[in-house]
Design a protein around this ligand. Structure first.
Ligand code: ZN
Ligand code: ZN
Length: 221
C-alpha cells in the first residue's frame, strides 16, 4: 500500500526483535523462531508424551511457536501494541511456509473478540488481524465474526496463571451471534491456560458448532 511506503519512508523500519534497521521483523529473526511442528494436546495443551488429566473442549490446538521465544514474542507484542501493517506483511511471509497441515476443509476462522472498551483503547483487534493473515495464507479458509464479547473483565494476565481462577474470571463473557459454523477454528495471538478459548468454545458449541479448534501464533506463558 502507498500509505505503508510513505510511513516506511518517514519512519524507516527497524526489527522489533533485534533492532536491526530495514524490516519490522527481520528475516534472520524469523528464521531463528523455534517452530512447533506437532499439535498441542487439545485437552491440556501439553506438548509431547504426557499423562493427560485435562478437560479442555477443543478438537485441535495448533500454535506456530512458543511464547517464551523472544523472537516470536517480539513480533506478537509489536502486533498487539503497534499493529503495524508492515509487520503484517512479514508475518504473512512467515506463516505462508508454515501452515498447520490438517485443517478441516470447511473450517471457519473465528477471531477471539475483544471487549468494546479494549477495542476502543487499541483501535483494532489483534486476533482479527492474525485471522486475516492466516486467511491470506490458507486459500480455503473463511472468517466469521460470530462470536461477541458481552462482558468486560480484568485481563487474564492480571489474575495469575491458575486455570480455575482464569475460568472463573472469564465466565459468561462470550455470546455466539448469527449463524455459527460447524467446524470453528478460534484464532488468537497466544494461548496460555486455555481458559479464555475454552469459555469461547463453550459458547460456540452451545450455539451449534460441532467442533472448535484453536490456532495461535504462540503457546505458553
Ligand atoms: Zn531481527
Ligand atoms: Zn493432555
Amino acid at each position: 500500500m502507498i500509505k505503508d511506503k510513505v510511513l516506511d519512508f518517514l519512519f524507516p523500519p527497524f526489527c522489533v526483535a533485534c533492532g536491526r534497521s530495514g524490516e519490522w521483523w527481520c528475516s534472520q529473526c524469523q528464521q531463528e523462531v523455534q517452530l512447533l511442528n506437532s499439535e498441542a494436546c487439545p485437552r491440556c495443551l501439553s506438548l509431547g508424551q504426557h499423562e493427560c488429566s485435562g478437560d479442555l473442549p477443543f478438537a485441535h490446538v495448533w500454535a506456530i511457536g512458543f511464547y517464551h521465544d523472544p523472537k516470536l514474542r517480539a513480533a506478537i507484542t509489536a502486533l498487539k501494541f503497534h499493529g503495524t501493517s508492515s509487520l503484517r506483511h512479514s508475518i504473512k511471509l512467515f506463516l505462508g511456509a508454515r501452515q498447520p497441515s490438517c485443517f478441516p476443509a470447511d473450517a471457519v476462522l473465528v477471531p477471539m473478540p475483544l471487549a468494546d472498551k479494549r477495542l476502543k483503547e487499541r483501535g483494532f483487534n489483534q486476533a482479527e488481524l492474525i485471522a486475516k493473515v492466516f486467511c491470506e495464507c490458507l486459500p480455503q479458509a473463511k472468517i466469521s465474526l460470530c462470536l461477541k464479547r458481552v462482558a468486560h473483565r480484568d485481563p487474564q494476565s492480571s489474575v495469575g496463571h491458575d486455570l480455575a481462577t482464569r475460568q472463573l474470571n472469564i465466565k459468561n463473557c462470550f455470546e455466539a451471534v448469527g449463524q455459527v459454523p460447524k467446524n470453528v477454528i478460534l484464532v488468537d495471538d497466544v494461548i496460555t491456560t486455555g481458559a479464555t478459548a475454552a469459555e469461547a468454545a463453550g459458547a460456540l458449541l452451545a450455539a451449534g458448532a460441532e467442533s472448535v479448534s484453536v490456532l495461535t501464533l504462540a503457546i505458553g506463558a
